[in-house]
Design a protein around this ligand. Structure first.
Ligand code: ZN
Length: 233
């Protein structure tokens, strides 16, 4: 397969699935240089075209010329970044705008992030995420509630409340585990706009993830939150 055949494969696609198959056709190319630019141009143009013709296409953020983004009939103009920090902020503002527009159109935060993460270089991939969202498959997590992952492998963490209390500078938040042991704040992360903490127990191998309402991570880490009875924080 040569470049022309590869590009033509994308050009004749009439659905997101066909475009995806054309993208994955066996044509060896590098991911840089003029050939790659040409491939991206055809792929994005075709992706935009497929989205425009699709019943759910209005939920896809489409990047037009001069930094213009169209989404749900609204438009947003991205500024220009003078340096890498500036560029990062411009993307941050654009993302914030898009998430807010999708939220107003009934998308959960998780679904809005999923759509945004696919847009730009691969707009047609948003359609799948949108279908999942409209089918209710991307609901937001319940906040400030432990979501248990029962594990038959692994072992409890080797850490005691006494050891923790003796740690002056790195004392972890704790809370009672359902097994009677103590859960410790064993690391935090950020997913689809939500902070979360992974709680590990010192008596059982189970792990709990807690997605947090805004400000809650700070409260927990700065010990301003009181977490239920025993153990405290
Ligand atoms: Zn436990």
């Amino acid at each position: 397969m040569n470049l022309t055949e590869y590009l033509d494969g994308m050009r004749v696609a009439t659905s997101a699935e066909e475009l995806e198959a054309a993208i994955k056709a066996p044509f060896k190319h590098s991911f840089r240089g003029r050939t790659w630019s040409q491939i991206c141009k055809v792929r994005i143009e075709k992706g935009n075209e497929i989205c425009a013709a699709h019943a759910h296409g209005r939920f896809v953020p489409i990047f037009g010329p001069r930094g213009l983004i169209t989404l749900c009939g609204e438009t947003y103009r991205m500024g220009h970044g003078q340096n890498s920090t500036g560029v990062r902020y411009i993307w941050h503002y654009a993302k914030t705008w898009a998430i807010e527009v999708l939220a107003r159109n009934g998308f959960s935060q998780r679904a809005a992030y999923a759509v945004w993460d696919e847009c730009g270089d691969y707009p047609h991939r948003c359609l799948k995420r949108i279908e999942e969202a409209l089918a209710g498959k991307l609901p937001d997590p319940v906040l400030d509630t432990l979501i248990w992952h029962e594990r038959s492998y692994g072992s409890p963490i080797a850490y005691t409340v006494e050891q923790n209390n003796a740690d002056k500078y790195d004392r972890r938040a704790t809370r009672p585990c359902r097994c009677g042991g103590t859960l410790f704040d064993w690391g935090a992360g950020f997913s689809a706009g939500f902070d979360f903490i992974n709680w590990h127990c010192n008596a059982c191998p189970d792990v709990a993830t807690e997605y947090l309402s805004p400000g809650r991570l700070y409260e927990i880490r700065s010990r301003k939150a009181i977490i239920e009875a025993a153990g405290g924080i």
